[in-house]
Design a protein. Structure first.
Length: 268
């Protein structure tokens, strides 16, 4: 009888005190959750950083990572998940496995985003139709072999290859220029972090942006270098084709009444 009364009394206490506990939740937590769900990532992450600095609760670092992950910003999310593994104490194997799973998913999302970026940067070159013409007889009474294709004349291959090479070279220069812009942002971010370090202030969002700028600068440099290499190769192919078209020699069968032979035909 005593045990039953104790259970009932404890249940009543929990039911009575639960609303009071709910009212004690910091309104900044609700605002941070709202900001993250509505795409206001920087505002939500800043509130969570403030809560972590105030309470020392590592769960707010985990929530920062989830905020970035939910808004398709995998690089920042990975950084915060790793920070959570560093600051969190006595994590169970299950909790650590959950964090590792989130990190792996962020890596997959990051790879997909880079693949889409590369696909949007590289244009699909349209192949120009081959120019074919039936060679005229060398002189009256000389018949050319049916189906013979004359070598393409200089400048008659169509502008497709040449234009494609120029476009890719332009995109390569643009990608390198974008990399330079990100390099400037990296330099500025590092200077701000050094200034904050002197003031003993740590800005998690600034550190995350700096890492993101650093990654994108190398992505742009690598993409630009690849596009420039492809553009140069296409220009060399176009130049070599011009040379071949300018110097072409062909043997054409020559048929006339009472005679036959081969006619040497070409251009230099």
């Amino acid at each position: 009888m005593v045990k039953r009364f104790s259970v009932v009394w404890m249940t009543a206490v929990v039911i009575w005190t639960s609303p009071a506990l709910a009212q004690q939740q910091d309104p900044r937590e609700i605002q941070a959750r709202t900001d993250c769900l509505t795409g206001k990532v920087e505002a939500g992450v800043a509130l969570l950083a403030e809560l972590f600095a105030t309470t020392g609760n590592s769960n707010f670092v985990y929530n920062q990572a989830r905020c970035y992950e939910q808004n398709a910003r995998p690089e920042e999310a990975i950084n915060r998940f790793r920070e959570y593994l560093r600051v969190a104490k006595d994590l169970s194997p299950a909790d650590k496995a959950d964090v590792d799973r989130h990190i792996a998913e962020c890596h997959e999302l990051q790879a997909e985003q880079q693949k889409k970026l590369m696909g949007a940067t590289l244009p699909v070159a349209s192949s120009a139709p081959a120019q074919q013409a039936v060679s005229a007889p060398a002189h009256p009474g000389t018949a050319a072999v049916a189906g013979e294709t004359a070598p393409p004349a200089h400048g008659q291959r169509g502008p497709g290859l040449r234009i494609t090479g120029r476009v890719i070279l332009g995109l390569g220069l643009a990608a390198v220029g974008t990399g330079v812009v990100f390099s400037v942002l990296v330099s500025n971010t590092r200077q701000q972090m050094e200034d904050n370090s002197k003031k003993k202030v740590y800005d998690a969002s600034l550190d995350s942006r700096g890492r993101s700028y650093d990654t994108w600068q190398w992505v742009c440099y690598g993409t630009g270098a690849g596009l420039l290499a492809v553009g140069v190769i296409l220009r060399l192919i176009d130049y070599a084709a011009d040379k071949r078209a300018a110097m072409s020699v062909a043997l054409v069968p020559s048929l006339a009444p009472g005679q036959g032979g081969l006619a040497l035909k070409g251009s230099f």
